[in-house]
Design a binder for this molecule. Structure first.
Ligand SMILES: *Cc1c(COP(=O)(O)O)cnc(C)c1O
Length: 415
């Protein structure tokens, strides 16, 4: 199926790169908008969007221009000096999200780390928790990144096995369960934070019950605990609102952004909070060589500006509804579709097979052959998350490709 040329690229990557991923066998060389092209010029819908990092579409022209313009002027100063872009960028971003301050970082996991550090420090210095006793509650099935501290509270065995000793001070409770949250808060006075994904993306696009976030936030307020929303995947219009927490009018104490804050160009992440919380970090207590660099600042500002000015939230809402409605219509035709779930353009099909089945992978290969790229997550779920600039015609076309792929898979398996 694959050409010699493709096989040679794949072999080279497998030989020289750490083998921590299992990529779908397709070798890409170009991207524009909702499409990517492989080395033979075959065109695909990108329904992964680099895990929601390219919400604004591949090689977005406006972000590209901002990137190029700044690249020719000044890229990195380190925060040993001031630069003429960082303040402007953060003034804009904080005004859009409605927070006093932002801590600029680079990758998502780094921003999560920073948020945890802020939360702990707030716990000791403002909440007055006893030294080294602070505890942060997280949820089963979470994904917050890959650093040693972050994997310490992962519920996935392969993410943490043989990486110990792990960081202490975290407690895992069931996702979508405010009773358990309240029980934890009641019994432990040392809890300083609740870290949660508004929808669990890597966990298989798990959408919690209505008002879960609202109730959790209320409990956090009642027990003087910081509500920390990891919006790295759900934020920046992906679910049909600027932040997924906006669906329930919840204003987190700390918001973590990453992925689409970069427009796919250049790693930029950030932690948003008000001065009363961010203020616990003083000179010398946190930092990053690249965090807050002028190139990243310009890219992040333009990425948010593009999303806001083009109302990508609204498009994600409308296109997401259209996509799920049409997928649901396929359910009667394809018994393999057990459930369709998601919000905005963060969606998944749960397949009627077990988590170790080969079927999800085979379906992904079929979709690839038909011109649509999507990957299984958590075994029997397939995530569908195209760039948010996708239009109606493209959604309907992608539904056709998915439909065809299910049919072909069924025919082959019955032969
Ligand atoms: C991707 C992701 C991260 C980690 O971001 P990296 O840039 O890969 O470090 C953290 N939290 C969530 C919810 C994510 O989806």
């Amino acid at each position: 199926m694959l050409s010699n040329k493709e096989n040679s690229y794949i072999k080279k990557e497998e030989t020289f790169c750490s083998n921590t991923y299992h990529p779908l066998p397709v070798v890409l060389k170009k991207g524009k908008g909702v499409f990517v092209w492989d080395i033979h010029g075959k065109k695909y819908f990108d329904f992964l969007s680099s895990y929601s990092a390219v919400n604004q579409g591949h090689c977005n022209k406006r972000i590209l221009n901002a990137f190029l313009k700044q690249s020719r002027k000044l890229t990195l100063t380190s925060r040993a000096f001031y630069n003429n872009e960082l303040g402007n960028s953060l003034e804009y971003i904080t005004s859009i999200f409605g927070y006093d301050k932002m801590l600029p970082m680079n990758s998502g996991a780094e921003a999560v780390e920073a948020a945890l550090k802020i939360c702990r420090k707030w716990g000791y210095e403002i909440k007055k928790v006893q030294r080294n006793k602070a505890k942060i509650i997280v949820c089963n099935g979470n994904f917050h990144g890959r650093t040693t501290t972050v994997i310490s509270f992962s519920s996935s065995k392969e993410s943490k096995e043989n990486f110990g000793p792990l960081t202490l001070g975290f407690e895992i409770i069931e996702y979508n369960n405010t009773n358990e949250l309240q029980r934890m808060f009641r019994k432990d006075k040392n809890i300083v934070g609740f870290l949660v994904e508004p929808i669990q993306g890597e966990g298989g696009v798990v959408v919690p019950d209505k008002n879960y976030l609202k109730k959790s936030k209320e409990l956090c307020e009642k027990y003087n605990v910081l509500f920390i929303a990891d919006e790295i995947q759900t934020g920046i219009c992906r679910t049909g609102r600027l932040l997924a927490c906006d669906h329930e009018n919840v204003r987190p104490d700390i918001v973590i952004l990453g992925k689409a804050l970069s427009g796919g160009f250049y790693p930029v992440s950030g932690v948003l909070a008000d001065a009363s919380i961010m203020g616990v970090l003083k000179v010398g207590q946190h930092g990053s060589t690249f965090g807050g660099n002028p190139l990243g600042a310009v890219v992040a500002k333009e990425s948010i500006k593009y999303a806001v000015e083009n109302d990508l939230s609204k498009n994600a809402r409308i296109m997401g509804d259209l996509f799920r409605n049409n997928l649901n219509k396929l359910k009667s035709k394809h018994k393999l579709i057990k459930k369709v779930r998601g919000k905005g353009l963060l969606n998944a099909i749960v397949l009627d097979c077990n988590e170790n089945s080969k079927i999800p992978w085979e379906l992904s290969l079929k979709m690839r052959d038909n011109g649509l790229l999507a990957k299984p997550t958590q075994g029997n779920k397939i995530r569908f998350a195209p760039p948010l600039i996708i239009n109606k015609r493209q959604i309907l076309k992608s539904i056709q490709l998915i439909d065809t792929s299910f049919s072909e898979l069924k025919n082959e398996n019955s032969n």
